[in-house]
Every structure is written in structure tokens, then in C-alpha cells.
Design a protein around this ligand. Structure first.
Ligand code: NAD
Length: 291
């Protein structure tokens, strides 16, 4: 008789829409199987209209927890009991942990990015970074980097609907952390060049470089980079964006978004199970190699 799922198996969910393309179920179930842990991770098509009922269901079924993705990340806090400091600062949640009926919302994207740096022997703590973006991924990284002790951060964004959020993030980081932070318009390329020149690390935290912007970058030419600069990208499909290709040609150490993806999952995995995700095994499964 099949024994993988029994009457004891604990359920963890993923609430988002659309969600069938997600690699999270395969990633978590592989890690459960590898460690022999009795959990199952399933994706559920949940949008803003069904989110409240889905969270009630999570409570009623005593599920261990859930991941939350778009369009629910900035809405789900309304149905939870507590938020982690990072989730509160970001105004977003990607992980729910159910502890005896008390639901806490966490955001692990920023933790994932910072852990992937560490795993790749990149130490940005106490140093300056320049980052482009003020959407979900960017805000999570900016908040976590500031909480973790990055000394100085220059944030750039285009003047689109995310600009106000960028300003808000800068205000919150200034009020709540010791990080010195400033916001600039990405259209000011002279400023971008100067801030990158003064930074230990440069990060793209926008969808630039990924479909429908695949093959594109807002970095005008190689003179923006120097060989001892670290250049990272949140994009992982393609694994090498036009920006990372340019950085590699200059001789920079680079990192794509695969590590962030793995470690944001690993942080949630640990919160739910109390066990560390088998990182080296998962790196092999996901074919994650650092440059
Ligand atoms: P979002 O829609 O919340 O934010 C989009 C950001 O891109 C904003 O800052 C916006 O101003 C900027 N932007 C849009 N068009 C631009 C352009 N033409 N030039 C410059 N900036 C532009 O998106 P998100 O959820 O933050 O996702 C952003 C990227 O991060 C996506 O590629 C996503 O796949 C990736 N991501 C990766 C991980 C990971 O684990 N590696 C996790 C989350 C998101």
C-alpha cells in the first residue's frame, strides 16, 4: 500500500493565482522526501476574493502553514494574528506559520537574498550597496539588508506607480534601522554611475532582463561596473540576464536569483518543520552553481 501520505501527514499550502507554474511544491516535497519528514506541500488557486475563506480553512484544518504569493502578499495580513518585524516593514507576507492556532505572517524573500549572499561568501554587512527596484522583491531585500546591518543603501527606481512605495520604504528604513538610505530617479544615470562606483555591491531587484524585458538592461555600458564590484540579479529565468552577462565580461563576481529562491523557501521550511532544508542536495536538484 502507498505510504507516502498517511493519516498523520501534515499539510502546508501555497495560496496564489495563477500558481500552477510554481516550482515551490516540487522543491519542498523533494526536501520532505529527502529528510523523511511527514509533510505534504500543495498549491491552491486562491485570489483576493477567496483568501479570507482560505485562511479560515488553514485554521480549521490545523495546517502547519502556507506560502502566499501574488495577488495575496499585501492583503493577507488582514486575516493573520501577528506579523514579523520584516513583514510589518514590507507591508507584505509570503509565509504563514500556524502555532497552535496563532497565525504569524513572515516575509522570507529578503532573508533568502541575504542568505544566498552569505552562502556565496559575499559579505555586505557594514558596507554600501546600490539597488534598483521598489516592488515586492526589492522592498523585501531592502528592508532585510537594513535590518541585517548593511551600512548604506542607495535605491533607484523609475518614476512609475512604485515610486511612492520606494519613498515609504526609505522613510521606514530611516526610522527603524541604522542604515543610511537614499532614493534616486533611475533616469539620473550620472547619479547611478556615481553611486555604483561608491558601492561594494550592485543589485537589480526588478523584472528587467526577464520576459517581456529579456535581453534588456538599464545599465548603459560596461563603464558602470568595475572588476571588484559584486553584481546580483533577482531574476533567475533566464539564469544569466543581459546585465549579469555585461558584469561577467567586466570581471565582476555575479549571482542570479536562484539562490534567493532556494533560501526564501529554506527559511519558510525551517519555520514550519524546525529542520534545516538540505541545501546542498537542493542545489544539486535545482542545478544551482555560483560563479
Ligand atoms: P513588482 O511588480 O512588485 O515590482 C516591479 C519593479 O520593477 C518595480 O520597482 C518597478 O518600478 C520596476 N520596473 C518595472 N519596469 C521597469 C523598467 N522598464 N525599468 C526599470 N524598472 C522597472 O515585481 P516583483 O514581485 O518585485 O518581481 C520583480 C522581479 O523579481 C521579477 O523578475 C521576479 O521574478 C523576481 N523575483 C525573484 C525572486 C527570487 O526568489 N529570486 C523572488 C521574487 C521576485
Amino acid at each position: 500500500m502507498a505510504e507516502r501520505i498517511t493519516g498523520h501527514t501534515e499539510l502546508i499550502g501555497l495560496m496564489a493565482y495563477p500558481i500552477r507554474h510554481s516550482s515551490s511544491p516540487a522543491m519542498h516535497n523533494e526536501a520532505f522526501a529527502y529528510l523523511g519528514l511527514d509533510y505534504a506541500y500543495l498549491a491552491f488557486e486562491v485570489d483576493n476574493d477567496t483568501l479570507e475563506d482560505a485562511v479560515k480553512g488553514l485554521r480549521a484544518l490545523k495546517m502547519v502553514g502556507s506560502n502566499v504569493s501574488m495577488p495575496n502578499k499585501t492583503v493577507v495580513h488582514k486575516y493573520l494574528d501577528k506579523l514579523s518585524p520584516a513583514a510589518e516593514l514590507c507591508g507584505a507576507v509570503n509565509t504563514i506559520v500556524n502555532e497552535n492556532g496563532v497565525l504569524t505572517g513572515h516575509i522570507t524573500d529578503g532573508i533568502g537574498y541575504m542568505k544566498s549572499l552569505k552562502d556565496n561568501n559575499i559579505d555586505v554587512i557594514g558596507k554600501k550597496m546600490t539597488i534598483v527596484g521598489s516592488g515586492g522583491a526589492a522592498t523585501a531585500i531592502e528592508v532585510q539588508a537594513a535590518l541585517d546591518g548593511v551600512a548604506e543603501m542607495s535605491i533607484f527606481n523609475i518614476r512609475d506607480k512604485f515610486w511612492d512605495n520606494a519613498q515609504e520604504t526609505v522613510n521606514k528604513i530611516s526610522e527603524r534601522t541604522n542604515c543610511k538610505v537614499a532614493l534616486y530617479d533611475l533616469a539620473d544615470l550620472d547619479k547611478l554611475k556615481a553611486e555604483i562606483a561608491d558601492s561594494y555591491l550592485f543589485a537589480n531587484a526588478t523584472g528587467m532582463g526577464m520576459k517581456p524585458l529579456e535581453g534588456q538592461t538599464y545599465i548603459p555600458d560596461k563603464s558602470f561596473f568595475r572588476p571588484d564590484l559584486i553584481v546580483t540579479d533577482v531574476v533567475y529565468s533566464p539564469r544569466e540576464t543581459a546585465m549579469l552577462k555585461m558584469a561577467k565580461e567586466v570581471g565582476c563576481k555575479t549571482m542570479n536569483g536562484m539562490g534567493m529562491m532556494l533560501f526564501q523557501g529554506a527559511a519558510a521550511f525551517e519555520m514550519w518543520t524546525g529542520k534545516e532544508m538540505p541545501i546542498e542536495h537542493m542545489k544539486k536538484v535545482l542545478d544551482i552553481k555560483y560563479d
